[in-house]
Design a binder for this molecule. Sequence first.
Ligand SMILES: [Zn+2]
Length: 211
Amino acid sequence: MCNALRVRWTIIPQTAPQPWIACSGCGGLRAFQSSGKTRLNANGRKLDAWLIYKCLSCEKTWNRPIFERQNIRDIDPAVLEALHANDPHWIRRETFNLEALRRKAQRVDEFPEFDIQKEVLHDTLDWTRLDIDLRVSLPTSTRLDRLLASELRVSRARLQALHDGGALWTNPDRADILRRRVKTGTRVMIDLSTEAGREQVWRPLVQGGPL
Ligand SMILES: [Zn+2]
């Protein structure tokens, strides 16, 4: 532990998934994107709520149900408040609700581009091991090997070889973890004790920002 450079990487996906919906404007299946707006409709004590999407080709709208004909009493007050306020954080989170989108669309496009924030949790000058604590702000389709390859500038083949040789391991661990989506709470450890360029080459990539 004391010979580890420990960092936290927070992955922030850039683009929400886009469902393909039959567009009445275009007359065929088209990709739709959230407008960032919701609509509430009250009918006595029942409420409907939708997230408004727009066709990327013609801007025709599609109302994605959040809930329909729900008794006001049964709705989480926090959700109701977010809907009334058009809360951008709540709406953004909902646009990444892949399960809900897949219930409404056979095809949902996902986008692997992300922003990343890096912070050092534990530093030492004679480190020989990297310890990366992964956080994902919203569900992302980015695979772990692609994330590590782009951030550490090593090939995916090399990452696989490190993993196979036991110099890269994760917690939780599973054989195919490199090919799976990045999950919050995953820790990646890489033994770099035989690497000469730890400070010069690896550290700036690992901790980000100017040295
Ligand atoms: Zn259209």
